[in-house]
Design a protein around this ligand. Structure first.
Ligand code: SF4
Length: 415
């Protein structure tokens, strides 16, 4: 943005300016914020009108400079594509709870995750790619390795389907208590005020009796992932630990599950399911009875908090182990990160895309061609380079440190 713009009317050659810059430039023409009023969080217009939201600012600017309405409308359309005024993403996407993997996707790129809801077909195609489907088959095969006697039980209602998961959990708790390895263990509970669900890949006891949580990641490349990729994996196992620990400590309450999954506690389990529970020595007729039984068993078992978190990377085509990584559990930092991600879901901020340092992620993103964040980032970078060339005409010359004005090495800040 040129800092010497003083005209009260913006020039109309700003077609290539980014949204954020366009609004920022315009803010020079607005009155300063009224700090004395607690209700005004942003600028106010010439007429004293409050402009604390982007939408109000844009409407004001359109009224003030109708000849530039097309530019401001463009900004408005983009901002509402990813966020709707007065509606949080939880409300907009009709969500009552989140999954752990959703937060991991968010940690990769928030804008990509948001596009996944707005453009579900693209996401569906991405989920059908060979790497994802091969990974899913490997996980299923590993689960069946430790569950050789699969019994088919008819589930009629939603409560029946959830009851089956609870019965599996009861069996896995017994197996863990006797030192056996279990796979695909469901975890759930409230973290930072949000109900989360997830499925732990593997729980096992080490030779020294430590409870180890492992997450298997299959890779098409026969190499360990970059740190940017392991960041999401570390978040995932850390959240699993928080959830598992709260379950065995007795912090998970019956109503958390009933309310967030909208389940009827008094629903009588299907006859097939009742026969199955009886064959396992369980006396539960309603969903509530089964859930209460599981919560008591979890709390009274000899299971304790997870001791170790481990990531295991294996090569998809050869099936060979590439390597393992231990993950340090830093609860305070982890909770701070979760709160940061939840701020988006609660509508406290707009989604953030990846910055220039991680622009390589965009090259493997299905939304690359249409992503507004990526386009705005390129425009910002172009403007920075243009400005730098004006200020330093020999800027194309190689710099002593090897930088050739690629932005990040100039100490430029991107949003
Ligand atoms: Fe995120 Fe880049 Fe994909 Fe845009 S193109 S959604 S910024 S990864």
């Amino acid at each position: 943005m040129n800092s010497n713009i003083t005209s009260t009317e913006p020039s109309d050659d700003w077609g290539d300016i980014s949204d954020a810059e366009l609004l920022d430039v315009q803010s020079e023409h607005l009155a300063p914020p009224d700090r004395s009023s607690p209700t005004l969080g942003g600028n106010v217009g010439d007429d004293g009108q409050s402009l604390e939201t982007t939408e109000k600012r844009i409407d004001y600017l359109i009224k003030k400079w109708p000849n530039l309405a097309h530019l401001f409308e463009r900004v408005k359309n983009r901002s509402t594509a990813l966020s709707v005024p007065n509606q949080s993403p939880m409300e907009r996407f009709l969500k009552r709870h989140l999954s752990v993997t959703q937060l991991c996707e968010q940690s990769w790129c928030e804008v990509k995750m948001a596009y996944g809801f707005i453009k579900p077909k693209v996401r569906m195609l991405e989920m059908q790619n060979t790497e994802v489907t091969t990974g899913a088959s490997i996980h299923l095969a590993r689960e069946l390795e430790v569950k050789p006697n699969v019994v088919t039980v008819a589930a009629v209602t939603r409560e029946d389907r959830e009851a089956l998961k609870l019965i599996n959990m009861l069996q896995m708790v017994s197996a863990l208590e006797t030192g056996q390895l279990v796979r695909e263990f469901p975890v759930f509970g409230v973290l930072e005020g949000m109900f989360f669900m997830g499925v732990v890949d593997e729980l096992n006891r080490s030779d020294s009796g430590e409870l180890v949580l492992s997450e298997l990641k299959t890779r098409s490349h026969n190499s360990l992932p970059r740190p940017a990729q392991t960041k999401g994996h570390a978040l995932q196992v850390g959240m699993y630990k928080l959830l598992f620990d709260s379950m065995v400590k007795g912090s998970v309450k019956r109503d958390h599950l009933l309310h967030n999954l909208q389940l009827d506690p008094n629903r009588v389990l299907g006859s097939d399911l009742q026969t199955h529970t009886q064959s396992l020595g369980l006396q539960a007729v309603t969903f509530r009875e089964l859930l209460d039984h599981l919560l008591v068993v979890l709390t009274c078992s000899n299971l304790h908090a997870i001791d170790k978190l481990r990531l295991e990377y294996s090569h998809q085509s050869s099936g060979k182990l590439i390597g393992t990584r231990e993950v340090a559990f830093e609860e305070a930092q982890l909770r701070t990160n979760i709160r940061g991600y939840l701020a988006y879901w609660r509508g406290e901020r707009v989604p953030q895309g990846v910055e220039v340092e991680e622009a390589w992620k965009c090259r493997m993103c299905p939304y690359e061609e249409t992503c507004d964040w990526r386009r705005d980032r390129s425009q910002r970078l172009m403007m920075v380079n243009k400005r730098a060339k004006l200020e330093c005409p020999k800027s194309d010359d190689p710099k002593p440190n090897g930088s050739n004005l690629n932005g990040s090495k100039l100490g430029v800040e991107y949003r």
